[in-house]
Structures are given as structure tokens and as C-alpha cells.
Ligand binder design. Sequence first.
Ligand SMILES: Cc1ncc(COP(=O)(O)O)c(C=O)c1O
Ligand SMILES: [Zn+2]
Length: 430
Amino acid sequence: MALASTENPTVSPGHAEDAQNQRFGPAVALSCRECGARYDLGPSFACAECFGPLEIAYDFGRVTREQIAEGPANIWRYRSLLPVPADVASKPNMEPGWTRLVNAGNLARELGMRSLHVKDDSGNPTHSFKDRVVAIAVEAARNFGFHTLSCSSTGNLAGAAAAAAARAGLDACVFIPADLEHAKVVMASVYGGRLIGIEGTYDDVNRFCSELIGDELGEKWGFVNVNLRPYYAEGSKTLAYEIAEQLGWRVPDQIVVPVASGSQLTKIDKGFKELIELGLVEDRPYKIFAAQAEGCSPVSAAYKAGHDVIRPVKPDTIAKSLAIGNPADGPYVLDIARRTGGAVEDVTDPEIVDAIRLLARTEGIFAETAGGVTVGVLRKLVAEGRLDPEAETVVLNTGDGLKTLDAVAAEARPTAVIRPSLDAFRAAIA
Ligand SMILES: Cc1ncc(COP(=O)(O)O)c(C=O)c1O
Ligand SMILES: [Zn+2]
């Protein structure tokens, strides 16, 4: 039954509010994105009235730029905007975020753009943006008394969850499609806990996890992207906050975001909107562009066909971290791209590899395939005149190229292998 905590007749309102505040900070309820029904904060993710997805609703107090600037150089500087307790930084958890915003002048020149930044999330503790979302999920898991942290993952989330569980003293049991890149398997296993490879796609893994939640085997388990999804998803808002703060408290004109489930993109939009509503940035329009790999582009296909419904696909691409064939937030991505005046576009596997090399060659940033997708789509949109080259643009690199070495390995070799002599070197570079 939809019921706000403060209406709970067994607890006096003042105490209930205090207790909730200590556990969830400014978060006050779960609210349905479709019908608006409200629920107590709990480990649930679907509306009992209409099955719509639930997200966190807040009652923000006064938040100032100065307060934020006094906080630590990680996502906890935004704790007053997240569903976490005020003392979150004092407990063992990861400290992701405050990654660099690189002024990408070389790449901008190459693409014929005026102002371009790369938000480089490869610098997070397990080298992808997933550390942001998992850090919030850990707080939710603690709040609900879960002993095990779990997830269905295309690789990066598995590593982030295993690492965060280790640090927080929780058990970990993470699930991945069995055919992922070797580096991601190594990362997900090295932190301890259990790593289960499933014969199937990410969508099969996710279905399996939903079944496990309903079984006694999965009791007291927090699945970061299933029963903790509303909390987990809020971690992506910190990307929006950081980009705005690092630009001098300004929302960029345009941003290009990779899409798997679409959660990151929808929460970046939510983050920008919150900053505007709180008066922390000027209320100016911004465009959000979504990037997919052609071999798994259900959202892009729907966008191009002018459909509102996403038709699931079976992925076949080197961008395995984005290989979600049935994206939960796909319809919201479509809506945001259309509403803000952005677009959804996709690139082929060879274009992804080219874009990885382009970013590395121009800016010294080695992206994983997801970053290749984003930069590739940026390049395509600029070339086709669909993204304004004069407007201030931010492109996301969400993961580290060391995780997907095979994508570029075919062309990677020394310029020459020589004897240690000047003559040999002279001959080699002639
Ligand atoms: C490196 C990387 N970038 C982007 C994404 C897309 O995230 P979302 O599922 O929120 O769209 C993922 C998802 O796994 C990822 O691993
Ligand atoms: Zn609903």
C-alpha cells in the first residue's frame, strides 16, 4: 500500500522524520515514474499500482555551492542531494567521483568544434563510472540489513560491486554473461566473493537475478541494479553535479552519454534539473545525445523509426559493457533526447575502434569500448551537422581501455623491434 513514512501510525512523526533522515538523508519516499504513487523507502523497485519503475523523491533543504565545495573530493561532497546519511563518509565505503574534466582542445580541433570536454570516469577506484552507483547501493544495503551484495552485470558493475562489498564488509555474489572480456572477469574475481558466469546474454542474467530475489536463496541479498535500483541509479546524478561544478557551476549546452540500460542518461538529466531547481546553476536549455553500438542499438532504432516502444534485440558488438538488448530505461532515454532537442545515434564496431584510437591519439585518454561508442557518436553527429560545433559540449568516457585491450590489440605493436644500437634505430625510423 502506498504510504509515506510520516503517516505511519506506530511512530510519532517527528521521530520518524529524524530516524529516516539519519538513514536516507534528504530522501523522503519512493515515487512511481509513471503514475506518481508514493511508497515508504524500502528495497522495492516497481509500483504496486501500475508496475512502473520507482525512483527516489526528495525534500531538499537549502543547499549552497559553498557547502558543497567544503565537502571531500569525491561523490560524498553531494551527500545532501543523495539518499545517504549525513555521516556517510565516516563509514567504510568506496570514494568514487570527482574525476577529471579534461579540456579536450586537440580533439575539438580535429572534429572542428569550439569547446569540448571529456568527463573521464576511467579514474574511479575500479575504473568505470559504476563505482558511483554502487557506493550508493552499499548504503541502501546496510540500511535494509542485507548481508550480501549482488548484481547482474555486463562486467563493470560486477567489479565495482565486488570491490565495494569487500570494503564494506559485505559478502558478494555477482552474475555476468560467461563470455565477457578477460580483464573484467579478473577484476570481478580478485576482490573475493563469488562470481558466477551465466551461459547467456545480459538479459538472461538479469532475468535469472529477478528469479533469485523471489527465492529463499536470495533472502537478505541486495541486488544493486534490481531491488536496490532506485538508490543505485541516483549515483549517476553525481556525474551531472560534477560536470556543472567543474565548469564553474554551469550546465553544458550539449552532452553525449553512452546507453546500455539508459539509467545513467536519465539520472544525468535528473541531476541537471535538480541543480536548476535548487538555483545552483542558471536555468538554460541543454541537449542530451545518447550513444549506442550498432550491434546493440534498440533505443537508436526506435528513435530513428519514430517509435515510443523499444523492440528488444540480441546483442552482437565489441562494446560488451553496453550490450543490453532490453534496456529498462530505454523509453525515458527516447523521451529525454526528443524533449531536450538531442538525438540517439549508433556506430559500428570499426567506428568504435577508430574512436578509441582518436581519443587516445589526441588527448592521451585510453577509453574502453563504451568510450569509443560515445566519441564515435560525437564524431558522427558533428560530421552530419546534427550537433552544434560552436556550443559547449561534454562527452563521457565511462571506462578504462585496459579493460577491453582486445578491441584495439590487432593494430597494436611496437613501431620497430631493434638491436640496442644507434645505427639500428636510425635505420628503423628512416
Ligand atoms: C562503461 C559503461 N558505460 C556506460 C554504461 C551504461 O550504463 P546504463 O546501463 O546506466 O545506461 C555501462 C553499463 O554497464 C558501462 O559499463
Ligand atoms: Zn505507478
